[in-house]
Design a protein around this ligand. Structure first.
Ligand code: GTP
Ligand code: SPV
Ligand code: MN
Length: 608
């Protein structure tokens, strides 16, 4: 224990790490908080901070679930802000064409003025956290400074944090500096608002110095800096430099009726089905699915040349709408256990939460995500489409015992998917690693409410990572391709999937959710060549009979045939759009292998 004097107050810091203490003092001097609290991550602290949030009117305690709270954000602070997210690399070229870039010195200058006095009237919390298991060989630590109690309690759910981490963060230990302010200083005597934030927002990353500066937002992906900012944007740079991959992927353990276990990883863009697949209840008898992670995977080579996946997080920050007892019973059971925060869902009058898809029919009266009275006649969604639940992974009934294993789990297959009404079939197996990387590099999806901006517009989202890359997308592709050059590498097979293809009537062609196990079953059978496939220009697809459709009726089976079809004209149009995408990356950074893959695809399509 060290008595650390600084400009603001004398605080008992639970560390003697000079780098942390001097940084905390420097930030306190700049942001001028009333007091500094070093978080210990205890239950008592959770109780204390949630009581503060209830007092402020941010949290409404739920009586229907233990230790759980409902809150609504500022209506302008409901999602990630991609146009305000910056990769401030020393050289503009290193951020690449998919990121916003500002010179790091200019960004520091501008943001320093925003931070000046920004914590006045507030408490500054210092949160030590670790992304991934605490006893990992090379644990990745972060320290987040924030002036938001909401962020502090959410970080306690989403990361390994508190006393256990302070203990490990001994003098000289590396950590990522994560600075966050909601940007809403309080004058003396000024009352706080339930959701303080600023209209100006910056989510800035300094990849060379491994720092994150976030200002103006309280929303998850903008404010819980361990998640997208650290575990994806900064970690992608660490992975590039250290020979591993930080990916927007779920991790799932699947066991067949014969007792064969495989671990798979799957990358889908935001709000495109990762959490639901990570928790699926298999529709096929005898299959077991267990959850290792639902949003982020760190993939490293093991001594046997296989890729091992670790979930760097400790909680779920899941999309609420569409989550119900039929679609995702494991998510429902996880939140029923309590200790959860619900943001921008609706609330019932008897102390519970509700959202579209939780039940078939809504309650007669609700408080909606604007805090207004709502009835089914209101004509507006009761919950925001990007409303979220924040809940501990350990409460999930389907959690795999190895979810916290520092060695990770060996990945047999990787799935890339998006939300596409047309073109992309239910499943296709890629020909080899290079073709798999090509397929992932041209992944596309309709935009969702997870990010501010237009919803439903098709965009390229390579590896579902376009909003989360800390460096040049062309270099990232080269890094993916280089995995195959590692001596002794035994890489997973790569598949492409699309749960969201629609018929002429606008209805989904595939039932999705628990039925997705049928598709995974075929893919796993392909690993040892047991399942039937036909070769198409885009990859190997299941024959009509190769998918196990036991229990689906004739009408559903008909739709599956459509979901599996490869429409050559649609694909020729797709390759034209891929030309534009690749042109935007630029010839000097796009690996030649991928350009050759595109040429080969065009040739196969022309010959069909
Ligand atoms: P992020 O947390 O934003 O990264 O999203 P995610 O990829 O984890 O998406 P999630 O599983 O939360 O699903 C988003 C939405 O898609 C929810 O409304 C789900 O109900 C819906 N969804 C998920 N899986 C399926 C599926 O197989 N079929 C259909 N039709 N909808 C699905
Ligand atoms: C996503 O948008 O992909 C999320 C939610 O998983 S957030 O953490 O807010 O980015
Ligand atoms: Mn995500």
């Amino acid at each position: 224990m060290t008595d650390h004097p600084d400009a603001v107050a004398t605080v008992q810091a639970p560390t003697e790490h000079d780098g942390i203490l001097s940084w905390v003092a420097e930030v306190a001097e700049l942001t001028a908080p009333d007091r500094i609290v070093f978080c210990d991550g205890s239950r008592a602290e959770w109780d204390r901070l949630s009581a503060v949030l209830v007092d402020k009117g941010t949290f409404v305690p739920l009586t229907a679930k233990p230790d759980s709270f409902w809150c609504v954000s500022d209506p302008e602070d409901v999602a990630r802000v991609e146009d305000r997210t910056f990769i401030c690399s020393e050289n503009r070229a290193d951020a690449g064409p998919t990121n916003n870039w500002v010179d790091p010195l200019d960004m520091r200058t501008v943001m320093t003025e925003h931070y000046r006095g920004a914590m006045a009237g507030r408490t500054m919390y210092v949160i030590a956290f670790c992304m991934g298991p605490l006893d990992a060989e090379d644990p990745k630590y972060g320290v987040q400074i924030t002036d938001s109690e909401y962020v502090a309690v959410s970080m306690r759910i989403m990361t390994r944090s508190g006393a256990q981490v302070w203990e490990k963060l001994t003098a000289g230990t590396d950590f990522v500096k994560c600075l966050h302010s909601v940007g809403a200083p309080l004058g003396s005597g000024q009352a706080d608002v339930p959701w303080p934030c600023d209209t100006t927002k910056y989510i800035s990353h300094f990849p060379e110095s491994r720092e994150i500066w976030s200002y103006g937002s309280g929303y998850g992906g903008n404010a819980l800096l361990g998640k997208k900012c650290f575990a994806l944007r900064i970690a992608s740079v660490l992975g590039r430099d250290e020979g591993w991959l930080a990916e927007h992927m779920l991790i799932l353990k699947l066991t067949s009726p014969q007792g064969n276990t495989h671990y798979i990883a799957a990358a889908f863009p935001s709000s495109c089905g990762k959490t639901n697949l990570a928790m699926l209840e298999p529709a096929l008898e005898g299959w077991t699915a267990e959850t290792v992670g639902d949003d982020i995977a760190w993939l490293r080579f093991g001594p046997d040349g296989r890729l091992y996946a670790v979930n760097p997080e400790a909680g779920f920050f899941g999309v609420a709408p569409g989550t119900g007892a039929k679609t995702n019973p494991n998510a429902i059971a996880t939140i029923e256990a309590g200790n959860s925060i619900f943001t921008n869902t609706a609330r019932t009058l008897d102390g519970d939460i509700w959202w579209e898809g939780l039940t078939d029919t809504p309650p007669a009266r609700l408080v909606d995500w604007h805090g207004q009275e709502w009835t089914p006649k209101s004509g507006t969604p009761a919950a925001h489409p990007n409303s979220r639940y924040c809940t501990p992974i350990e409460q999930c009934p389907s959690v795999a015992p190895e979810w916290d294993d520092p060695a990770g789990v060996p990945i047999s297959a990787i799935f890339f998917g998006g939300r596409r009404k047309t073109t992309i079939p239910l499943i296709a197996e890629t020909f080899d690693w290079a073709h798999g990387v090509f397929t992932a590099s041209v992944l596309s999806s309709e935009t969702t409410a997870a990010a501010a901006g237009q919803v439903g517009v098709v965009r390229r989202d390579p590896m579902a990572m376009v909003p989360f890359l800390g460096y040049h997308v062309g270099d990232y592709f080269a890094h993916w391709l280089s995995m195959a050059e590692r001596e002794g590498a035994r890489l997973p097979k790569i598949f492409q999937v699309n749960w969201f293809r629609r018929g002429a009537d606008g209805q989904f062609l595939w039932p999705g959710f628990g039925d997705n196990v049928r598709v995974l079953k075929w893919a796993l059978e392909r690993l040892d060549g047991a399942a039937e496939a036909i070769e198409t220009p885009i990859g190997y697809l299941p024959t009509a009979d190769a998918l196990d459709l036991t229990g689906l009726d004739a009408a559903a089976r008909d739709l599956v045939r459509h979901a599996l079809s490869v429409d050559i004209d649609e694909w020729i149009a797709e390759t034209a759009s891929i030309d534009d995408w690749y042109a935007s990356i630029g010839g000097d950074r796009l690996p030649g292998t991928l350009r050759e893959q595109l040429t080969a695809l065009k040739l196969r399509l022309a010959q069909t």
